[in-house]
Design a binder for this molecule. Structure first.
Ligand SMILES: *[C@@H]1O[C@H](CO)[C@@H](O)[C@H](O)[C@H]1NC(C)=O
Ligand SMILES: *[C@@H]1O[C@H](CO)[C@@H](O)[C@H](O)[C@H]1NC(C)=O
Ligand SMILES: *[C@@H]1O[C@H](CO)[C@@H](O)[C@H](O)[C@H]1NC(C)=O
Length: 250
């Protein structure tokens, strides 16, 4: 009989320097453009004194200007918004590879038990959490025809994506000893150019699938025990905190 205890050993790796992983820099000549973009959304404008008040410029950058009545959508589980689920909000966005303006989906606090896919033809979307919403599903590769990719609770393919203050979770239980195909991804990001601020990625195996593209993570929390960040994106992790679950097999 297998007894196994999930033991939360906290190994905090505070990455205070920029860590660049992956090999795709410069593909398509976009390396400089990406760094410029990171500078714009993530670095230089972050804190600026404005009449004595420290204004969080990043926050402002991330919200869409109200271009159309549909460029700012509110999701509220309790009915206080435009939709009750994130999926309905994403479905309401028109497919347009070249939409020139950003659409912000504000997600109010709550436990959203759904699987969310943002397809390639829906670029320029921001998911903005207010009050710490959690998005949760529990697929594993075992139940998705052996597809690690499809096990993701949230899968992002649209370019120029941003997320802030959201917990992405895959709540499939940790795999028993020797189990195969138990990859359970919380977030898969395939977009080119995506940024995550103050987000948490929670799961056991393959928590964060940094699949392809150029990505920026700041003040994020990533938890898992096996390969918890994997993929071949070119990513910058800035002051992110990583935690490991440690399994003890007795
Ligand atoms: C994120 O959400 C938490 C509540 O879960 C809140 O305390 C915090 O201020 C939020 N951060 C931002 C930047 O909105
Ligand atoms: C999934 O992988 C297992 C083990 O490798 C294999 O036996 C099974 O046929 C695969 N299932 C599908 C649907 O591909
Ligand atoms: C996911 O959760 C549901 C219950 O909410 C359960 O029936 C199902 O077996 C779970 N799937 C996995 C892969 O754990």
């Amino acid at each position: 009989m297998d007894f196994w205890i999930v033991f939360l050993a906290l190994i905090l790796v505070v990455v205070s320097l920029v860590v660049v992983e992956g090999t795709h820099e410069g593909e398509g000549g976009g390396g400089d453009g990406f760094m410029k973009w990171v500078g714009r959304v993530g670095e230089r404008h972050e804190l600026k004194r404005k009449g004595g008040v420290v204004a969080d410029m990043t926050w402002l950058d991330w919200k869409s200007k109200q271009v159309t009545s549909k460029s700012y959508i509110v999701v509220d589980q309790n009915g206080g918004g435009d939709f009750r689920t994130i999926t309905e909000a994403v479905d309401s966005i028109q497919r347009d590879m070249f939409r020139p303006y950003r659409i912000t989906v504000q997600i109010n606090s709550g436990f959203y038990r759904e699987k969310v896919i943002i397809p390639k033809n829906k670029p320029m979307i921001t998911l903005l959490g207010v009050g710490g919403p959690i998005v949760d599903w529990n697929d594993t590769a075992f139940v998705t025809q052996n597809s690690t990719l499809d096990s993701a609770t949230v899968g992002i393919s649209g370019n120029n994506f941003m997320a802030r203050n959201i917990t992405f979770q895959n709540s499939a239980p940790g795999p028993p000893v020797g189990a195969v195909r138990r990859q359970a991804v919380a977030l898969r990001v395939t977009s080119d150019i995506a940024a995550f601020y103050e987000c948490a990625f929670l799961g056991y195996q393959d928590t964060l699938y940094d699949h392809r593209g150029r990505h920026y993570f700041k003040n994020c929390f990533i938890q898992g025990n096996i390969d918890f960040i994997f993929g071949d994106g070119l990513s910058i992790y800035k002051v992110s905190t990583k935690t490991c679950h440690t399994d003890l097999h007795i």
